[in-house]
Ligand binder design. Structure first.
Ligand code: CP3
Length: 340
């Protein structure tokens, strides 16, 4: 189907656009009272993710209520470990928890191959419903976690600051680390391909904990798998967001993806110098800027747009929007970009 607003896809492919497209990581969620209303009518986050009609509804909310140029399917990166055999829970005000984790090579026996239609049918159904209800208004973004970030959760069982247990594994049992990374990579490729077949117009790979790895370890334990994923997804543009990866940005620039996401700690000018005109850059306003005044949001958003130079840029924050940010500031951010 022909999209009415395809700014995101044209920007990703490096084509000229009338203006810079904008969307926000975590745009669907607790910043919107309308999301909280849907969420409270269900037993919790997981039920929302696993109920395709309701997941589609909250996916579309930011398109209607905020005016973003893309929808991102409402789900989580943790559905992959669950589909592989390690279920997750989402504990209110605490975060994700895995009752069982991978501690030894023996634990790999608990994992199995992922059949997207069988294990992740609820995400594919949510994508199909969303596409139908969007009716071509804006593109739909599919996503998955990067192998390194998913390994972090499968080893640690919860979010941590340093991911020391996961990093310890890289030194103590390279075979286990690589076997697990391989399995996650295979699952991620079939999952992303199934999302595309269901209707995703672009996919983003979130390497949220890239920043805890040195350049050397990232190249050893993350890059080969990122490369496999980027090379395998040829159907739609791919965005790689390796948060905290400024110290190996030159390496990320070699990936076969259309767009690289930037967090707020890498200068747009430096990223542009490294990728030249070969890639689109996405980002990178510090999300905390949205705690500022209306005028401060306008000023800093304009400054960001100026620094990216208006070509091959997708405007976004440098990470997900914080849950206690006033939706009015988000609207100001979006409006400033649309009027620039
Ligand atoms: O709007 C969107 O961006 C789409 C939805 C989306 C969610 N999670 C919904 C969600 C996306 C793209 C994700 C990805 C995700 N999940 C990442 C990668 C992006 C990033 O933030 O770095 C990571 C690391 C996770 C793991 C995860 N899920 C954590 C650490 C948490 C708890 C912390 C938190 O932000 O609440 C979640 C839960 C989660 N995923 C929520 C949402 C809306 C909050 C659940 C709720 O509504 O109570």
């Amino acid at each position: 189907m022909q999209l009415k607003n395809d700014l995101l896809l044209r920007a990703a492919r490096g084509e000229k656009t009338e203006r810079t497209p904008v969307w926000l990581m975590r745009q669907a969620g607790r910043i919107l009272p309308e999301y909280r209303a849907v969420r409270e009518s269900l037993s919790g986050f997981k039920e929302l993710v696993e109920t395709p009609e309701r997941a589609a509804e909250v996916t579309i909310q930011p398109v209607d209520l905020l005016g973003v140029d893309a929808a991102i399917i409402f789900s989580d990166i943790l559905v992959i470990p669950e589909a592989m055999g390690l279920p997750y829970e989402l504990v209110e005000k605490v975060g994700p928890r895995f009752p069982e984790v991978i501690n030894s090579r023996n634990d790999l026996n608990r994992l199995h191959l992922v059949e997207p239609e069988e294990h992740l049918g609820y995400v594919l159904d949510a994508i199909k419903i969303t596409k139908k209800e969007l009716d071509g208004r804006v593109p739909l973004i599919g996503f998955a976690g990067a192998p390194w970030t998913i390994l972090c959760y499968m080893i640690e069982g919860k979010g941590t600051k340093a991911w020391a247990k996961a990093r310890r594994l890289l030194w103590e049992d390279e075979v286990l680390a690589r076997t697990l990374l391989e399995q996650i990579t295979e699952a991620t490729i079939v999952y992303l391909k199934a999302q595309v077949a269901a209707g995703a117009d672009l996919v983003q790979v979130f390497d949220s904990w890239a920043g805890v790895l040195s350049k050397e370890l990232y190249n050893k334990f993350a890059m080969p798998y990122m490369k496999r994923i980027c090379d395998a997804i040829t159907e739609v543009p791919v965005t790689v967001f390796a948060k905290g990866g400024g110290h190996f940005f030159e390496d990320l620039a070699t990936l076969n993806c259309e767009t690289l996401g930037l967090d707020w700690n890498i200068a747009p000018e430096r990223a542009r110098e490294i990728v030249g005109d070969t890639k689109t850059l996405q980002g990178n306003l510090d999300p905390s800027t949205l705690y500022g005044t209306h005028d401060q949001v306008i000023e800093h958003t304009k400054e960001m747009l100026r620094r990216f130079g208006g070509h091959r840029h997708i405007a976004n924050l440098g990470h997900g929007v914080y849950p206690d940010i006033d939706p009015e500031r988000v609207r100001t951010f979006i409006q400033t970009i649309k009027e620039y």
